[in-house]
Design a protein. Structure first.
Ligand code: ADP
Ligand code: GLC
Length: 476
């Protein structure tokens, strides 16, 4: 099976969230099962300078008004890559979603380039049977396939987060190399605009998203305006849970940790806690339950519910650590919380991969109070690292955490703490449940062990993606 992934992020080179992690792990897991999966990404400086470039596979005098472009064949460890090298659009450091003046055109160029590879293959005659696009930036990929010439590869669109859709003015139609007849509700039109994700979901042969519960939610009230379309395509929509990349997220061999540990040596986890407390400006308190959140500060992540509980946590003797960046009001509110509670609340505003690993190895509880969460990875990393997740029961969080209750404690299935209503009071109740269980070290350790033993591997999901491809792959 030959598959071309196309996406805007790839860990460790360019990552703003879970998409980057999944793009690094899933294609490699599929290659491990014998499929020829490759990936097309922009030639961001961070990627271009780090991978081995082999040859030019295609050249274009212009793509989407951004000037000359080339597709380069390259190799990252264990993953063949194609890079879209178009300096005007991609030779820039920083956040891949910045520079709004050409946001639509540069990701359209990426989507168009993937359709080109799908139709013509590379210089060596390799061509994909399936084009697999991820999230709104490449939502036009199925449109370029559908409105272009044959041969047409099969197409899949995966929704990692439906809250981000890529809506742009209809006046861009020509600049995006879309034909006039594409601008209909059956094509790329969305409430008078061009909808990138909408186009992908309308025109791809199959759709997937990153958990079974989110697949249901986005057809009901959680679809951010795309519920109707998704309910209509219900038969073609698969919910496939993400996994954990054990090469990157494994406390037994994590180079970021002060002290590596595993199930057999849980005591070796402790030095990580002390080091992290110091780094975060927290008191070196060996007893206090340590709560942490590692998150984009976006309203959908529900960190305002944590803000509502800061004083409560501190009053109950807990410590709180926040690693995050995003919404400026939330950043400021957390900074103020840290000033109000020196030594008890520690805040790092920014993005720091190594510090995130250290947080998972140090915390007792990882908070994930999301209003919506397609899958969520931090509750999985928490479990792998022996921290207990405390999550709102939504999307992938509901699919991956079994909340403490008399029943789940009795049958030894609990792996964390859950709450339902998206308000500070409900989160406070779950915090109380965690604090109560913290008083029972034996029960706590049992839950830790259950989490550390949990699989959440990529092999199962990778096999399910194959099943999905088999329903559409036709060869050409
Ligand atoms: P999302 O993709 O919606 O942001 P996920 O839970 O799927 O949510 O993935 C978040 C990823 O980003 C995880 O790998 C997490 O560790 C990482 N992350 C989030 N915020 C930070 C931060 N401030 N510093 C370092 N890593 C972060
Ligand atoms: C998105 C979602 C997150 C998911 C990640 C990877 O960013 O917000 O829930 O885990 O993609 O699929």
């Amino acid at each position: 099976m030959r598959v071309l992934f196309v996406a805007s992020e790839l860990f460790p080179y360019v990552k703003t969230g879970g998409l980057g992690d999944v793009m690094a792990a899933l294609p490699r897991a599929m290659r491990g099962l014998g499929a020829d999966v490759r990936m097309l990404v922009p030639a961001y400086p961070a990627i271009r300078d780090a991978v081995l470039i082999q040859e030019v596979t295609a050249s274009f005098p212009d793509l989407m008004g951004g000037g000359p472009a080339r597709i380069l064949k390259a190799e990252a460890p264990g993953l063949p890559l194609y890079l879209l090298d178009q300096p005007t659009f991609f030779d820039r450091p920083g956040n891949p979603y910045g520079n709004p003046e050409d946001l639509a055109r540069r990701f359209a160029a990426l989507a168009w380039a993937s359709a080109h590879l799908g139709r013509h293959g590379d210089a060596e005659g390799w061509w994909p049977e399936v084009l697999h696009g991820h999230d709104w930036p490449v939502g036009l990929m199925p449109a370029y396939v559908a409105y272009g010439d044959s041969p047409r590869p099969a197409t899949v669109m995966t929704i990692h987060n439906i809250a981000f859709q890529g809506r742009f003015p209809a006046s861009l139609l020509q600049e995006l190399w879309l034909p006039r007849h594409a601008f209909t509700p059956e094509g790329v039109e969305f409430h008078g605009d061009i909808g990138f994700l909408k186009a992908g979901l309308r025109l791809a042969d199959r759709i997937s998203t990153v958990s079974p519960t989110y697949a249901r939610e986005i057809q009901q009230s959680g679809g951010h305006g795309l519920e109707g379309l998704l309910a209509h395509r219900s038969q073609d929509l698969w919910g496939i849970l993400n996994g954990v990349d054990r090469e990157v997220w494994n406390p037994a061999k994590d180079p970021s940790l002060l002290s590596r540990y595993d199930l057999k040596h849980p005591a070796r986890r402790l030095p990580n806690r002390q080091g992290f407390q110091t780094r975060m400006g927290l008191q070196a308190d060996a007893e206090a339950p340590l709560f942490a959140a590692i998150s984009r500060l976006d309203p959908l992540k529900g960190l305002d519910l944590v803000l509502d509980n800061v004083d409560h946590l501190v009053a109950r003797g807990a410590q709180l650590a926040i690693l995050g960046t995003g919404d400026h009001h939330a950043e400021e509110a957390f900074r103020q919380a840290a000033q109000r509670h020196p030594g008890r609340v520690g805040v790092f505003i920014g993005y720091d991969e190594a510090l995130a690993h250290r947080a998972f190895a140090a915390a007792d509880v990882i908070l994930v109070p999301s209003r919506q969460e397609p899958c969520g990875l931090t509750q999985l990393y928490a479990q792998a690292y022996g921290a207990l997740p405390l999550v709102r029961r939504t999307g992938g969080l509901a699919d991956t955490v079994v909340g403490v209750s008399p029943a789940t404690l009795a049958d030894d299935t609990a792996t964390g703490f859950t709450f339902e209503a998206a308000n500070g009071w409900a989160l406070g109740e779950a915090i109380n449940a965690a604090l109560a269980l913290f008083q029972d070290p034996l029960a706590w350790r049992q839950m830790q062990r259950r989490g550390m033993k949990a699989e959440f591997g990529w092999e199962g999901p990778a096999r399910t993606y194959f099943d999905l491809y088999r329903t559409i792959s036709k060869g050409h």
